[in-house]
Design a protein around this ligand. Structure first.
Ligand SMILES: [Zn+2]
Length: 216
């Protein structure tokens, strides 16, 4: 910086008419239109077709959620650092629904069914097994409709189907890998161990919100 002789005091508020900036909550939009994606993002502008379909985290493969727009979620930095979650934990996906998102994200970990939430409510999942958290290293398996319902939304007269999935870091300890029973769901990972579950508390940390939006 060139230090001029006439120093201007600039610690006052600029005499500009304040403009109200309205920051809307992220709304699913047509995927190719996104211009300000947070990395890593998997929409066509951020992750092109020449890039791999399968990636590895902590020695464990996961499928790329190709076409989905990603929004970063703030993690507890002290927890992330002391557990080295970005180096040593697997990457998995947790399909959910719009009504559960806020509770899960505020909780910092994916809750168990019956857990008390900061909102004062209880985390309810209509699954037979109430003792485990189910995830998958396959985006296709995690977005099956029984856990990840398709919602609809109309924006400017256009209707969209959308689903929400959380990309997570998952503690490798006590992950049970099960057969999916749906052999054609994922073309990249073997069906024999694509359904994961854990009974470990604080072991699934959401790091990104992934949104899949399609015009109806
Ligand atoms: Zn993107």
């Amino acid at each position: 910086m060139g230090g001029g002789s006439s120093k201007k005091i600039t610690n006052t508020t600029p005499a500009r008419t304040p403009t109200t900036v309205i920051k809307p909550a992220p709304v699913p939009t047509a995927v190719p239109k996104t211009t300000q994606c947070l990395k890593p993002c998997y929409c066509p502008s951020c992750y092109d077709c020449t890039q791999p379909d399968v990636l590895t985290a902590a020695g464990s493969k996961y499928t790329v959620p190709r076409g989905l727009v990603a929004f970063g979620i703030q993690v507890d930095n002290a927890f992330a650092a002391s557990n080295k979650i970005f180096d040593n934990w697997y990457t998995t996906f947790y399909g959910t629904s719009k009504d559960k998102l806020e509770d899960i994200i505020r909780n910092r970990f994916v809750p168990f069914p019956g857990d008390h939430l900061l909102s004062g409510g209880t985390f309810v999942l209509n699954l037979r097994d109430q003792k485990h958290i189910y995830t998958s290293p396959s985006i296709n398996y995690a977005s099956l409709e029984h856990v990840c319902p398709i919602d609809t939304m109309t924006i400017d007269g256009t209707s969209y189907d959308f689903q929400v999935v959380l990309q997570c870091k998952q503690n490798p300890a006590d992950v049970q890998k099960l057969r999916s029973g749906k052999p054609n769901v994922c073309k990249y990972l073997p069906d024999a161990d694509v359904q994961w579950r854990t009974d470990q508390r604080s072991s699934v940390v959401p790091i990104s919100l992934l949104i899949c939006a399609k015009k109806r």
